[in-house]
Write a protein that binds this ligand. Structure first.
Ligand code: DHE
Length: 517
């Protein structure tokens, strides 16, 4: 024993990297735990888990440890730690935890912060602007959110957000409140009328996204860690129920996405590790309806899931795992992107099974797709994360009617009921500074813009009238560029810190076919 310890010590002397990696938990406890939590689940700093670090590369993590992060409380450690120690720490935070951390009702409840009694809020906006033409702009560069007046293109407010907000901001049905989700599981409720945070709660350790019921009463949070869905009361974010995401054979799963299906009064949930799509009804009469429904189907195919409580889920067995999905205009069908990235599945939510396959290679980012009407029919258009193409699918036949070649693979796509054009980015390819505009009638690209040469430019969003389009220059010292939607001329440039997404109140609360929900 003594000999092997001695050998290790000698080896460590000869190899500082080995010494540092052996020491990583101690280094973490000494330099990181106070802010990021001894369990790496986050405290005043974000959680340091591979799932939460998302697209951050190890080399970037090393740079942050060495140099700190501007405009945050993250200090530089380059003077205190050797390069080997910094490397070991980066390696350590990218190591998955040995066991899924507990984050149940007790922990969720204890995390809730209520800043304002929602009942005490004034009935009217405390500022002059069109409340339905506001944009919520998420700036991940310094973890802030800007509330922008969509008419004057001037900010009404800017506030610090939780670390790494991700996914679309969601609004209450009247457009008054905005709900934001961070990758760390924090859900924030912000009042646009008084420009203040109403309440916050940590619903998970690593959250995928949040949906708001169309009647504004509930929020459903989909988590990756732990494997749960968490229902919240939209008024003050008090937790109602934690639903374990467990399949009929007992295996649990991460949530791929949860979205609201308004005409069904239900949440629809796709899962990363189970070949099931879940529907969770939230109408007051859902209980009895659900029970009747459950018994009318064969056990194992569909049944109520979860502990007793207000919400129960129905499962639909499907042939593949879904990473992302999208609805048709009636919300009777969900189109999902399959794991192999080769095809899309169409699942009929009423007859509860897959009804068609769509020829969709190249990992479509379906949540970013749009629906538009042409010749009296609905078409769906979607970008692909791995292919330089936009696919257009006739939603009555599920046939791909056109593949429009683009300058590169892209993330996002946007249209608007009043505009003949859709705007796409090609930010996953080498022409990451280009924005391309598609004429939806001709189904072809009519214009390529490069408003900020050499800089990553992505994510369009129309204003409520379809007259202005906002685009992000997604760089640390980035900007929001406002274009005239018809002439494609620049109307304004607003400096921002890596603005990622922007969400127009009117378009979201009216479930515009041209934007995400
Ligand atoms: Fe996103 C939305 C999944 C990486 C920026 N992204 C979403 C949604 C999903 C998703 C399921 C819909 C949530 C909603 O609106 O309720 N995103 C994924 C991934 O699987 C992926 C590829 C890997 C991951 O890290 O999770 C991924 N996403 C990114 C990024 O790297 C982006 C560009 C920068 C970032 O901040 O993380 C990014 N995702 C966005 C944005 C939206 C989004 C801006 C909202 C789009 C919208 O307009 O609604």
């Amino acid at each position: 024993m003594k000999a092997s310890l001695m050998a290790l010590a000698l080896l460590a002397l000869a190899c500082p990297a080995l010494a540092a990696s052996e020491d990583a938990p101690r280094l973490y406890a000494e330099h990181c735990a106070a802010c990021h939590g001894g369990d790496r689940l986050g405290a005043i700093g974000p959680a340091l888990l591979p799932e939460n670090l998302g697209r951050l590369k190890k080399a970037e993590a090393e740079k942050v440890i060495a140099e700190g992060r501007v405009a945050t409380q993250m200090p530089a450690h380059g003077q205190k730690l050797s390069p080997e120690q910094i490397k070991a720490l980066a390696e350590y935070v990218f190591t998955p935890l040995a066991a899924v951390p507990r984050w149940g009702m007790e922990e969720i409840k204890a995390s809730r912060i209520v800043n304002v009694d929602p009942a005490s809020l004034p009935a009217k906006p405390q500022w002059e602007a069109d409340p339905l033409n506001l944009f919520t702009v998420v700036e991940t560069g310094d973890h802030h959110v800007t509330i922008l007046d969509g008419d004057s293109l001037t900010p009404l407010a800017r506030f610090q957000s939780r670390f790494a907000l991700h996914g679309g901001a969601k609004y209450s049905p009247d457009g008054r409140f905005v709900y934001l989700a961070s990758r760390d599981g924090w859900i924030t409720k912000y009042d646009l009328y008084t420009l203040q945070i109403v309440a916050e709660i940590r619903a998970g350790v690593n959250t995928r996204n949040v949906a708001v019921s169309h009647d504004g009463r509930f929020l459903m949070v989909g988590n990756m860690l732990p494997h749960t869905l968490v229902a919240l009361d939209a008024r003050d974010l008090s937790p109602i129920q934690v639903i374990p995401v467990v399949g009929d054979k007992g295996a649990s799963s991460r949530v791929s996405a949860v979205y609201t299906a308004p005409p069904r009064a239900s949440f629809i949930v796709a899962l990363k590790d189970l070949t099931e799509l879940w529907e969770i009804p939230y109408a007051d009469d859902a209980g009895p309806v659900l029970n009747g429904f459950v018994h009318s189907y064969e056990k194992g195919h569909e049944e109520g899931i979860g502990p007793d409580g207000r919400f129960k889920a129905l499962r639909i067995t499907i042939p593949d795992y879904l990473d992302d999905f999208f609805f048709d205009a009636t919300y009777e069908r969900a189109m999902g992107a399959s794991r192999d990235g080769m095809k899309g599945l169409v699942v009929d939510l009423d007859i509860k099974r897959k009804v068609a396959e769509i020829d969709l290679p190249g990992m479509p980012h379906l949540g970013s797709g749009i629906i538009f009407r042409k010749d009296g029919r609905d078409f769906m258009a979607t970008p692909h994360l791995k292919e330089a193409v936009i696919s257009i699918i006739d939603m009555s036949t599920w046939k791909t009617v056109k593949r429009i070649p683009t300058l590169g693979p892209g993330f996002f796509m946007r249209g608007h009921e009043t505009s003949p054009y859709a705007w796409i980015d090609v930010s996953m390819g080498k022409d990451k500074d280009a924005i391309q505009i598609i004429d939806l009638t001709a189904m072809e690209i009519v214009k390529t813009l490069r408003p900020a040469q050499g800089r990553t430019t992505a994510h369009a969003e129309f204003d409520r009238w379809g007259k202005t389009v906002l685009i992000s220059v997604m760089e640390a010292e980035g900007e929001l560029i406002a274009f005239d939607a018809a002439s494609f001329e620049i109307k304004a440039r607003l400096p921002m810190k890596r603005p990622v997404g922007k969400y127009n109140v009117f378009n979201k609360i009216h479930y515009s076919g041209g934007t995400s929900h």
